[in-house]
Design a protein. Structure first.
Length: 534
């Protein structure tokens, strides 16, 4: 039989998603009725509709009922409806959803409701914590969340894992730098979330509002509560556009753009193509940010286009960074400075963008002098590429899980929470002092997957994260300096080549190989070259 069922009692068995062809086998196995608890379209095109399943059931003379249950919560009305069906339908009954979890929860709650009714007590509340039914709850459906879920399921296929993620689209953000240079199709950087959620994981499409680690609960924005045995926190980092006065009102017009947003990266390329003279300003806010090299990547690629179009001599280029250095790993500063000189770009350190007047095309910077005093300077522009300030999500920053900076507090080597041993964190939201890149998450996935299972099985945590991160610095169209490093700026090159030399090979990797690995390996639990060094 293609489907696998679990017997709850003599009346009911539950299973994961069934297919059209399974209905005949279910009938042959002696079942008299089928209850579908999975909403139509929840799993995308691979999920047969209830209508199609009912048509097949009717042709075989077996009862079929559609009782959809959304992920995360079961109302008293749905429980009562399930009870009524169990009283009326021919038995035995097979109930199914994506994994069988909702069908099992319905059965358990109906049993509890029977006991409550006997004592005339209150019915089960609509907010449901699933009785800690999930082995692992993963907060966040970005690269870290999808990747670690896939890796966990590769190691332990029977794990019951839920992913909490409100967005219905998943983005490959590292390619937006190339989109802003006209070197990549923006449509290739996005897929429906339903396509990347691992098949055997449950997707709960809502936002998190808070954590209660003492009770092993995650609070959802719609009032529901979820229980967990182990928790993985990886909601990413929030782009705080609102922290720059006037910016949100002018983004996408008046020459103001950013490669840090899906809808704006194409506008960056429009501005670069159409700028023939004037002033172009590129900014970088205080750390931490996603991919610390991305702000200057945008500048290099724009300058390379203007250079080859013989327009660079008519364009004044500035890079204003709130930091005190061009790049955080000192070894890479000399080769980067060669490109700064090639493009005649002005560097302004300790210069933080605080306000934008889009209509007048004036950017305002707070500049910290050597004695610590801060002055404000207005700079006119024809093109302004903004890297937004970034912060931990509010629900994490204001929770017991965060450190003083608002990020999830972890041991930087094991990525286990320092106060709650059944909690792990990775990606941009964790407190580990590594660069916040997809390359870092790729290595962290292995660490969390192995250490979480070790903690679950009372084994020693032996997989150690070395702080690996990578930044493919696109210094010109067709060449990349591949910066790979770990904690303390230690160089960790993958290839036996001088990492300071820009290469066409690395451009090929950045544009062609890395996206393919992302979609087909990292998000699928295939850990090619992903194991941290010993």
């Amino acid at each position: 039989m293609a489907f696998h069922s679990i017997k709850m009692d003599h009346r009911l068995s539950v299973s994961g998603q069934i297919g059209i062809d399974d209905v005949a086998e279910i009938t042959a196995a002696g079942y008299q009725s089928i209850i579908c608890n999975r909403p139509d379209l929840e799993g995308g095109s691979n999920q047969p509709t209830s209508e199609a399943l009912e048509k097949m059931a009717d042709s075989l003379g077996i009862a079929f009922v559609y009782l959809p249950i959304k992920m995360g919560g079961i109302t008293p009305e749905r429980i009562a409806a399930f009870q009524k069906l169990m009283n009326e339908l021919p038995k035995p009954v097979l109930a199914f959803c994506a994994s069988g979890m909702r069908a099992s929860a319905l059965y358990q709650m109906s049993q509890q409701l029977d006991q409550n009714d006997a004592d005339e007590q209150e019915p089960v509340v609509a907010a449901c914590n699933w009785g800690n039914a999930f082995d692992v709850v993963v907060v966040g459906g970005g690269s870290a969340g999808i990747g670690v879920t896939a890796s966990l399921l590769k190691r332990r296929p029977a794990l019951r894992i839920a992913i909490i993620e409100p967005n219905d689209k998943h983005y490959y953000q590292p390619a937006w730098t190339l989109v802003g240079a006209g070197a990549y199709d923006i449509a290739r950087t996005v897929k429906p979330m339903a396509e990347v959620i691992p098949k055997n994981a449950e997707w709960i499409q809502t936002a998190v509002s808070g954590f209660d680690p003492e009770r092993n609960h995650v609070h959802l924005a719609d009032g529901r509560v979820m229980g967990y045995r182990q928790l993985v926190v990886c909601p990413g980092i929030r782009t705080a556009w609102e922290k720059i006065e006037g910016l949100e009102e002018t983004l996408g017009k008046n020459g103001v753009t950013s490669n840090y947003r899906y809808d704006l990266a194409p506008y960056t390329w429009e501005l670069v193509k159409n700028l023939h003279n004037g002033k172009a300003i590129f900014t970088q806010p205080p750390m931490p940010i996603k991919c610390a090299g991305a702000p200057q990547k945008a500048m290099y690629l724009a300058c390379d286009h203007w250079l080859h179009a013989q327009r660079l001599h008519d364009i004044q280029v500035e890079f204003n960074t709130a930091t005190a250095v061009l790049f955080g790993v000192a070894d890479f500063v000399p080769p980067l400075m060669e490109y700064v000189k090639r493009y005649h770009a002005g560097l302004f350190f300790n210069s933080n963008l605080v306000k934008v007047d889009g209509e007048l095309r004036i950017a305002y910077f707070e500049i910290k002098n050597s004695d610590g005093t801060i002055t404000r300077e207005a700079k006119p522009f024809d093109m302004l590429h903004v890297t937004p300030p970034q912060t931990a999500p509010d629900f994490l920053r204001d929770s017991p899980l965060s450190d003083a900076s608002g990020f999830c507090k972890v041991n930087e080597k094991t990525l286990q929470h320092t106060d709650y041993p059944n909690i792990f964190s990775l990606g941009d939201a964790c407190s580990s002092p590594n660069t916040k890149t997809a390359a870092a998450a790729r290595k962290q996935i292995v660490v969390v997957a192995e250490n979480l299972l070790a903690a679950k099985e009372d084994r020693k945590l032996t997989t150690i994260y070395d702080g690996y991160g990578a930044c493919p610095l696109t210094v010109e169209n067709g060449k990349v300096i591949l910066a790979e490093f770990g904690f303390g700026g230690k160089l960790l090159p993958t290839f036996p080549l001088d990492p300071m030399i820009p290469r066409k090979l690395y451009w090929f990797l950045k544009k062609t190989v890395f996206p393919w690995i992302y979609w087909n390996a990292m998000l699928k639990g295939k850990e090619w070259l992903a194991r941290p060094g010993k």
